[in-house]
Design a protein around this ligand. Structure first.
Ligand code: NAD
Length: 427
């Protein structure tokens, strides 16, 4: 058998490698499901990994070559689906983990997609709009044979946005010689984006938090919420949670956080952040670090920034009832065990932040129909799927006496495995 790139010994995982964290949970869930050995062998591998070297004319006339990845983890349930990230920290193991999480996430919310993820090693904050456009277009051209509405449908992720998706859609369409809106999601609404997509991940977090509040018989006005990150996910979740009456007591950005135990004036915080590009100097709250924010006593803790924030080093200091994971992979596999022992109810990333991909699915459907839905229709359909998925995971956890993290992996692996089995193995 070819050597697998995947970890063989879940007991010896490198804690800060998100791919190994993901695989150790996969292995545990597969073992508990007693997964057919042939399915197990197949599902431990991604379908395809593309590495491409992308030349770009920089503004001063010299050429730089950027390394880009697209990992297509699974096509078993439909086209691969997942975001594109621009960051100096991008690496193949991170993209592999994120691609696999997309497969499991789409299966948890039962949308007909597989999983993929892409990334380019670059520092977008040091690049001009022209350089970013040329980088995006050439990367799209390199991927042209591998993406498409029936093949693989990219979306925004960290440091990519609606404009980047517009460039990708346009480049793909120029090669196809006609406009193909469904090749990417997360586009501007005017050129085929879905109403409600911008808020969808934050709205999904609100919906699953509401379900957890019901489950634990909390009441919303007394429920203290702490959010790490104030970008698309964290900022939107803060706004929506505040609107329905939750007490958001702390929030952060990359430079640190602010806390007010009586509850923050969230619209004022977001206005300040929009104007100043930092939370520093906001009046009416105390300053804390990004490490301290995670250790605040609260009812719902929402890490919505990046990976590996809750690890074996700080998990025993976490003082929340519910951990709702806005980011992908904010908690390591080693930390899971500490949180489970402490009785923290984890709403795992592949469920909690699945609102984004769910509305991306709606965008793809609307593009293919050429008929666009009202925002209230999008939000209602999103709520139906998020509530049903939350309940599916909770029922699976109870049935198999496992925590919600492992239950969500088991549910996803069961669905993907059953589809692979039904299609048959073309070997
Ligand atoms: P974003 O760039 O809009 O915001 C990220 C936020 O985190 C910012 O407030 C930033 O200051 C902060 N941050 C970044 N690096 C940090 C660090 N090292 N320490 C502390 N804070 C840091 O990104 P986003 O779209 O909000 O995504 C956040 C997370 O959610 C990522 O893990 C992403 O993969 C995940 N996610 C996003 C979506 C989506 O629809 N945007 C969907 C599902 C999951």
């Amino acid at each position: 058998m070819a050597p697998s790139p995947y970890v063989d010994d879940a007991r010896d995982i490198k804690e800060d490698n998100p791919f190994e964290s993901m695989m150790s949970r996969f292995d545990e869930a597969a073992r508990l499901l007693d997964l057919d050995p042939n399915l197990y062998t197949i599902m431990r591998w991604p379908n395809r990994e593309i590495t491409t070297y992308v030349p770009v004319f920089m503004d001063d006339g010299h050429v730089e070559v950027f390394v880009g990845y697209r990992v297509q983890h699974s096509f078993a349930r439909g086209p691969a689906k997942g975001g594109i990230r621009y960051s100096p920290d991008v690496n193949l193991d991170e993209v592999r983990a994120l691609a696999a999480w997309m497969t499991w996430k789409c299966a948890v919310v039962n949308v007909p997609f597989g999983g993929a993820k892409g990334g380019i090693i670059c520092d977008p904050h040091q690049m001009s709009p022209g350089e970013l456009e040329r980088l995006t277009r050439r990367f799209t051209a390199e991927l042209i044979d591998f993406i498409g509405p029936e093949r693989d449908v990219p979306a925004p992720d960290m440091n990519t946005n609606e404009q980047v998706m517009a460039w990708m859609m346009d480049t793909y369409s120029m090669h196809a010689r006609h406009t193909v809106t469904a090749v990417v999601t997360g586009k501007p609404v005017d050129i085929g984006g879905s109403r409600g997509r911008r808020d969808a991940t934050g709205r999904g977090l609100l919906i699953v938090s509401n379900e957890a509040v019901k489950k634990f018989k909390l009441n919303i006005p007394d429920t203290r919420v702490v959010i790490q990150g104030s970008g698309n996910v964290g900022g939107t979740a803060a706004r929506l949670m505040h609107e329905v009456g939750y007490k958001v007591t702390a929030i952060s950005d990359i430079y640190g956080g602010i806390v007010n135990e009586k509850g923050l004036d969230v619209p004022a915080v977001l206005k300040y952040l929009g104007e100043n590009k930092t939370l520093e100097g906001f009046e009416g709250a105390d300053r804390i670090t990004n490490a301290e924010i995670l250790e605040l006593e609260c009812d719902i803790l929402m890490p919505a920034a990046t990976e590996n924030q809750i690890t074996s080093k700080n998990a025993h200091k976490i003082r929340c009832k519910v951990l709702a994971e806005g980011a992908n992979g904010p908690t390591t596999a080693n930390a899971d065990k500490i949180l489970a022992d402490a009785g923290v109810f984890v709403i795992p990333d592949i469920l909690a932040n699945a609102g984004g991909v769910t509305v991306s699915y709606f965008e793809w459907v609307q593009n293919r129909m050429g008929y666009f839905w009202r925002e209230d229709v999008v939000n209602e359909r999103l709520a139906d799927i998020m509530v049903a998925s939350f309940n599916d995971v909770v029922r699976f956890a109870e049935k198999h006496s496992v925590n919600a993290r492992i239950a969500s992996y088991m549910l996803a692996i069961d669905r993907v495995g059953s589809d692979v089995r039904m299609r048959g193995i073309y070997a």
